[in-house]
Design a protein around this ligand. Structure first.
Ligand SMILES: [Ca+2]
Ligand SMILES: [Ca+2]
Length: 465
């Protein structure tokens, strides 16, 4: 695990000596300790990790809240009056370390609040030490992480008992807390140090956080803006954007966004600390039944300490009714020359019953052709339709002419056997079908008897184009 190292003051000259000392520190490794890598690793999301920032020389390190033991017993010596200070005695990084002094048997503690992310995965490395003599088994010196809710109730406390006796080598020893996931109601996370015995020392705090945040938005088709909700016409596509942000100090791997209602999401991806990525996906062909739908994306991912808690985000779709602007028409005509196309001198066919059906074959509307043969179904919503003419009672031996003999709008669009068009769909850019015509052709003339006189020009003219 590679972490950015804080610049330490005055370390360069003592690097070799520091290495030798760390080897010595390993000899007294305490439970929970980890081998030092030779270079102290201070920072992460901890503020003032090297405790070099103090309000005054020797004063308390900035950013810490001190809770001194109280009341102070009468006769407490000055060097055990509750105090949070910085001291040059055992600095690991830079020039000073932090120190709490307290009356024997009375607990004093100091805490530094760090970034609180519910579901975030926290780990801690800190260099600490204590004095071993004194109260015996009643003495405690602890550092660790504390998780509290909005009301200040402690939801979880992960302590690291400080057992390294500074007197043994004059140094602090590194301890590590394995990754721990913040409880759901966490609103405050603190690094703390506490003791009931003079004293506890620490330096080089490194709090690492693996966490991510998710936001989902839907695009408003009216103005192109993204928000938590949008009104979208039925039949159109809802465009969603899922933003995943690495909100911690650790790299994340295997981030995966799942949203079965939305298509087009990519596979798993990685995010460096502080990086973010926006993904888009669509839900096509919204129906009025989708009105009020809350679309939720679930996101999983893995930090250095293992899988992180699943995060969710949602956006709401309001579906506005389909525009009822569709037009369907428009003519039945007599195809006198039986060529399948509407010639200039061919009249309309009135009073022909016509039925508009939906995609399932149900009747949507009925009409009869006008005196000029025209018909119109208008103010239709988007959807699948079919037009059927009633060809069961055609007079004068009329039959349905050939389908598709010419250009759409000039030919006949119905199956001669059924009188129905093929099903078609209104929506998007196609909301008019005015080419759904039917040609009704008279019977072909009987073959004339063998000519016994002059040719009959009228007969050839009647079959002319
Ligand atoms: Ca320091
Ligand atoms: Ca014709």
């Amino acid at each position: 695990m590679k972490r950015a190292r804080r610049v330490a003051i005055g370390r360069t000259a003592g690097a070799a000596a520091g290495t030798a000392v760390l080897v010595g520190a390993l000899a007294v490794v305490t439970p929970g300790s980890a081998p030092a890598e030779g270079v102290p690793d201070c920072g992460g999301i901890a503020a003032n990790p090297s405790v070099e920032d103090a309000g005054s020389p020797g004063g308390p390190p900035s950013g810490y809240l001190f809770s001194p033991a109280a009341p102070v017993p009468r006769g407490t010596p000055p060097d055990r009056v509750p105090k949070l200070v910085t001291s040059t005695a055992h600095a690991v990084d830079g020039q000073v370390n932090a120190q709490i002094q307290t009356p024997d048997g009375r607990v004093s503690s100091a805490a530094q609040q760090v970034k609180a992310v519910p579901g975030g995965q926290y780990s801690l490395s800190v260099w600490a030490g204590r004095a071993q003599s004194g109260l015996g088994s009643h003495a405690s010196a602890t550092t660790g992480l504390r998780f509290a809710d909005r009301a200040g109730r402690v939801l979880a406390e992960k302590p690291l008992a400080v057992t390294h006796d500074v007197a043994s080598d004059g140094k602090l020893a590194q301890q590590e807390l394995p990754p721990f996931t913040a409880p759901d109601d966490t609103s405050a996370v603190s690094f703390f140090a506490s003791t009931n015995h003079n004293w506890v020392l620490w330096d080089c705090v490194h709090v690492a956080l693996a966490a991510f945040a998710v936001k989902m938005e839907v695009r408003n088709p009216a103005d192109g803006t993204w928000g938590s909700s949008a009104a979208i016409p039925a039949g159109d596509t809802a465009h969603f954007r899922v933003s995943v942000s690495n909100t911690g100090s650790q790299p994340l791997t295997g981030l995966l966004v799942k949203d079965p209602w939305c298509s087009g999401l990519p596979g798993a991806f990685d995010l460096a600390a502080n990086a973010s990525r926006g993904l888009t996906c669509d839900h096509q062909n919204l129906t009025e039944d989708d009105n009020g739908h809350v679309n939720t994306a679930k996101v999983t991912g893995t930090g250095p300490g293992g899988p992180l808690a699943e995060q969710k985000a949602s956006a709401t779709v309001t579906v506005t009714p389909q525009p009822a602007v569709g037009k369907i028409g428009d003519r039945a005509w007599k195809d006198l020359n039986r060529n399948g196309t509407q010639d200039d001198d061919e009249p309309g066919f009135p009073e022909l019953p016509v039925t508009l059906k939906d995609g399932a074959g149900g009747t949507v509307a009925t009409a009869r052709t006008n005196a000029d043969g025209s018909y119109l179904f208008d103010q239709r919503k988007d959807g699948t339709y079919q037009v059927c003419f009633d060809i069961s009672k055609l007079p004068d031996g009329l039959t349905v002419t050939e389908r598709g003999a010419g250009a759409p709008g000039l030919d006949s669009a119905v199956d001669p056997a059924t009188g129905c068009t093929s099903p078609f769909t209104l929506g998007g850019k196609e909301r008019e079908r005015m080419d759904l015509d039917i040609g009704l052709a008279p019977p072909a003339p009987a073959v004339p008897p063998a000519p016994s006189g002059p040719p009959m020009p009228a007969a050839s003219a009647s079959s002319d184009r």
